[in-house]
Design a protein around this ligand. Sequence first.
Ligand code: PRP
Ligand code: URA
Length: 207
Amino acid sequence: MKIRIVDHPLIRHKLTMMRDAEAGSKDFRELLDEIAMLMTYEITRDFKLDEIEVTTPITTCTGYRLSANCITVVPILRAGLGMVNGVLKLIPNAKVGHIGLYRDPQTLRPVEYYCKLPPDMSAEAIVVDPMLATGGSSAAAISMLKKRGLKNIRLMCLVAAPEGVEVVNSEHPDVEIFTAALDDHLNSHGYIVPGLGDAGDRIFGTK
Ligand code: PRP
Ligand code: URA
């Protein structure tokens, strides 16, 4: 399996609080936002910088700036929305595209219902979705971006199941997956075990 686990102590601590079935939507949302921000630090570690000259109060020196239009963040609706602000806090100029997919409860296959992407997509895209379960939704979203010509795509999730990692690895071997945790397995309903339940419902309080 090709996957990068971002397991900084702060992330492990916050994720544990999110897993707790007693955590309410407000806490769940805030923790997801914080973890997405912490993971952005790691996922952008090798991003290219442009050299610029900067004038300090003392002299001029070489400084660095993220390439303009360096990144598009693409949440998979709904639950991916919970990770967008965390990324934008660190990369405020990022563009945001939206892909709407829901999992058919019977087949567990993703069903597309929305896609709105910036016309001039940047070279790099980060697909965000807290849950990588069967991998169907993430793999479909990545295929949609590739169809529009995107080449450098990374996937940021919170909790991944080995089954989903294998699907994304085999359908998109060029895409690096970053996750806060690699869990044990999927149950018969396609839920991640131990997981944290239905991320969308917990974010938006819909159950
Ligand atoms: C959840 C989750 C992922 C998907 C993961 O979305 O946010 O998008 O399931 O499952 P998969 O890896 O098996 O495709 P869901 O379909 O529940 O929609 P929601 O975000 O609107 O609640
Ligand atoms: N979607 C979720 O929100 N949670 C899971 O465990 C699996 C799919």
